[in-house]
Design a protein around this ligand. Structure first.
Ligand SMILES: Cc1cc2nc3c(=O)[nH]c(=O)nc-3n(C[C@H](O)[C@H](O)[C@H](O)COP(=O)(O)OP(=O)(O)OC[C@H]3O[C@@H](n4cnc5c(N)ncnc54)[C@H](O)[C@@H]3O)c2cc1C
Length: 237
């Protein structure tokens, strides 16, 4: 079923990357980690050969009063419509989908979230919901980006472990050009995952990013003997 959502505002959270906030329809529910399809009305300003609809992970958490989505800007009609949206504009949203949810992950004894770029979006939702609930499921985030500018909410992510002992964060900037950056600049590999994760039979993995990244991480995890049933993916295309 499609529901109508009303655009409220946008905020730039990294270079060319925006967090778009909408009203939440009464009774609309989702779980942290899920996604939905957003669709523009037929009379949208910019036309889009691919249908003016795209899937997006929920960026904020179920407890929050609004819906938000994080997107990297592009030249597509859909993204131009998003960028040009004015307060009060409406669009449509489907129901929430996706197997990789906080409800499922909390059945494990720890959750390892591995992402790149806007793949951090469903992880953000999980982190926010977990903090809100005072949930102490061990959460490990491994987050890869080119540099500081292109990393959404880097300061917030870096600060999380200081406030919440059950959260570990490893940001890696693979094309770092900031001499002040003290953190990792390595690409994600077996050794990096091993440096922060002690796998157990109840450890669950959630991977989100473009298809190349997702496949590469899947290969690494499978080569470490981690069974497929413990690995969840959102491939952003
Ligand atoms: C479960 C899920 C969650 C997602 N969550 C997010 C999210 O949180 N944030 C986010 O930004 N994105 C997310 N995405 C991806 C999103 O749906 C879009 O695909 C993405 O943002 C690119 O959209 P675009 O309009 O910029 O580019 P598009 O125009 O959709 O192009 C995407 C890619 O397809 C290629 N392409 C373009 N037209 C064609 C064509 N006709 N035929 C074949 N290939 C073509 C382009 O070269 C480009 O590489 C998610 C996707 C999935 C499946």
């Amino acid at each position: 079923m499609l529901e109508e959502i009303t655009f409220q505002n946008k905020e730039e959270v990294a270079e060319n990357t925006f967090l778009y906030t909408f009203s939440k329809p009464k009774g609309y529910t989702f779980q942290a980690g899920q996604y939905a399809t957003l669709r523009f009305h037929k009379k949208a300003l910019h036309q889009d050969d691919r249908g003016n609809a795209r899937c997006f992970s929920f960026a904020n958490a179920p407890y929050e009063k609004t819906l938000s989505f994080m997107m990297r800007q592009s030249e597509s009609g859909f993204k131009k419509n998003m960028f040009d949206a004015k307060e009060g504009d409406t669009m449509q949203i489907t129901g929430a989908q996706g197997r990789g949810t906080f409800e499922v992950f909390r059945e494990g004894d720890q959750l390892v979230m591995i992402c790149a770029g806007v793949g951090v979006t469903p992880m953000r939702s999980i982190l926010r919901q977990s903090i809100y609930e005072n949930n102490t499921l061990s959460l490990i985030l491994i987050n890869s980006n080119r540099n500081r500018r292109s990393t959404p909410e880097l300061e917030w992510l870096e600060a999380l472990p200081q406030s919440y002992s059950y959260i570990k964060v490893l940001n890696t900037l693979t094309d770092n050009d900031d001499s002040k950056w003290q953190g990792s600049t390595q690409r994600i590999d077996e050794a990096m995952i091993g440096s922060i994760v002690s796998d157990t039979p109840q450890t669950l993995y959630f991977v989100a990013a473009g298809v190349g990244f997702v496949q590469a991480v899947e290969r690494i995890l499978l080569s470490q003997g981690i069974p497929r049933e413990r690995i969840y993916f959102d491939s952003f295309g």
